[in-house]
Design a protein. Structure first.
Length: 388
């Protein structure tokens, strides 16, 4: 089973992840991961941290001379501003530390429920781990998953559909080309004509001490029919993708295919007719893809299409009211350094989160301990569905 755990505080010494279940024999370099980490740091509307951090991964185990061993892959990113936080975040009691607890929980953050749940008097003990800095670890893990998927011609793309209510026009192009357009600008929109309007919306929000959210779309091409399963609730691919994406900080909605629009559309315009095309990759095809590539909790051979809604950044420079945990007095919430808009970054994180879940389901179906063994299993399955 492919699984991972992450650890690390936002201002701790490092972020670490352990990915277990990757087969042996996969070519993997730090650059494969660093490219994704760099993409996560881009985007119009990010704050100062992105200038401080230039994330680089270090392999601590599981890879030798550029090839995976089949053992757990340990991945580490050093937090470059750790030096400034060394005393405050020291794991051992530090005589130089002058306690300065954060007692003002910020609305829209884990601060209040986390402090109450864990009995912390210093909200920093919550916010350090709740921070979206943790998503750098998830990008590391997802980047490894992507390398595996690429071996089997499965690719994950994304683009931003709207920010702060400014919508990009839909562009009708294959996913790889949509992705290329998205990569060409700092708001990751395929409709490049909307970029200026989005910049203006972000600038206006910033000037006003406010923040913006938005919607992005993740597309996965080349997924064979049969990943996930209809037989048990926790094996359904749509449910697993939704859980994985919802677990990203600030994600409040996940739609697959037509999503919420199915509720307002007659069945004849929702369900996708089935056809056979001997020239296609998997033989059986659908003549439309409103299901977004998933039926009955399984991939159906079409492109997987997922839309994800991200809320506006919680920390506002025009702060919302909060209550001091100790004095119970009203306060304007304290400000940690903050982004105005992180939707483009979230779309990159979303790609990598989706890559992990697809790779996990892929290995469940074609599992083996080496890439060669998985390839045999995969080719055997493709041959079988083509010959039936
Ligand atoms: C890429 C990314 C960057 C984020 N940057 C910030 C930020 O700078 N300031 C902030 O207040 N929230 C930021 N957030 C959102 C918070 O981490 C998140 O809203 C908070 O942890 C509460 O979790 P919840 O929104 O899932 O309930 C960011 C989220 C993502 C995905």
């Amino acid at each position: 089973m492919l699984r991972y755990l992450t650890a690390g505080e936002s201002h701790g010494p490092a972020l670490v992840s352990i990915l277990e279940g990757m087969p042996a024999g996969l070519a993997l370099s730090a650059d494969d991961i660093n490219v994704q980490l760099a993409r996560r740091q881009l985007g119009y509307g990010r704050g100062r941290r992105m200038e401080i951090e230039s994330d680089r991964v270090m392999f601590r185990s599981g890879v030798r001379h550029g090839v995976t061993l089949g053992s757990p892959i340990a991945l580490e990113i050093t937090n470059l501003d750790w030096r400034q936080w060394e005393v405050r975040m020291d794991p051992t009691p530090n005589p130089d530390y002058k306690p300065n607890p954060v007692t003002k929980p910020r609305p829209g953050h884990a601060d209040l429920p986390g402090a109450l749940k864990y009995g912390h008097r210093d909200v920093r003990n919550v916010l350090e781990r709740a921070s979206a800095r943790e998503t750098a670890s998830r990008v590391c893990v997802g980047a490894v998953a992507r390398r595996l998927l690429a071996e089997f011609d499965i690719h994950v793309y994304s683009h931003v559909l709207s920010i702060g209510g400014v919508h990009a026009r839909r562009v009708n192009l294959p996913p790889a080309q949509l992705h290329e357009l998205a990569e060409s600008n700092d708001v990751r929109c395929t409709d490049t004509g909307v970029v200026d309007a989005i910049h203006q919306a972000i600038d206006a929000a910033k000037a006003n001490g406010d923040t913006l959210g938005g919607v992005f779309e993740v597309l996965v091409t080349g997924v064979p029919p049969g990943l996930g399963s209809h037989v048990q609730w926790d094996r359904k691919l749509d449910g697993r993708l939704a859980q994985a994406l919802m677990s990203m900080q600030a994600i409040k909605g996940v739609e697959i295919g037509m999503g919420f629009a199915v509720a307002e559309t007659p069945g004849s315009q929702v369900h996708d007719p089935i056809a056979y095309d001997a020239a296609s990759a998997f033989g059986f095809i659908h003549t439309s893809n409103n299901a977004g590539g998933i039926e009955g909790g399984m991939s159906n051979g079409e492109t997987i299409v997922i839309r994800v809604a991200k809320k506006p950044i919680s920390t506002l420079y025009k702060p919302l009211a909060s209550v001091d945990l100790e004095t119970k007095q009203s306060f304007a919430a304290s400000i940690e350094r903050s982004d105005t808009c992180a939707v483009p970054a979230a779309s990159v994180i979303g790609e990598n989160i989706v890559a992990f879940t697809i790779a996990q389901a892929f290995l469940e179906k074609y599992g083996g301990d080496s890439i060669a063994e998985i390839r045999r299993n995969y080719i055997g399955y493709l041959t079988e569905i083509r010959e039936r």
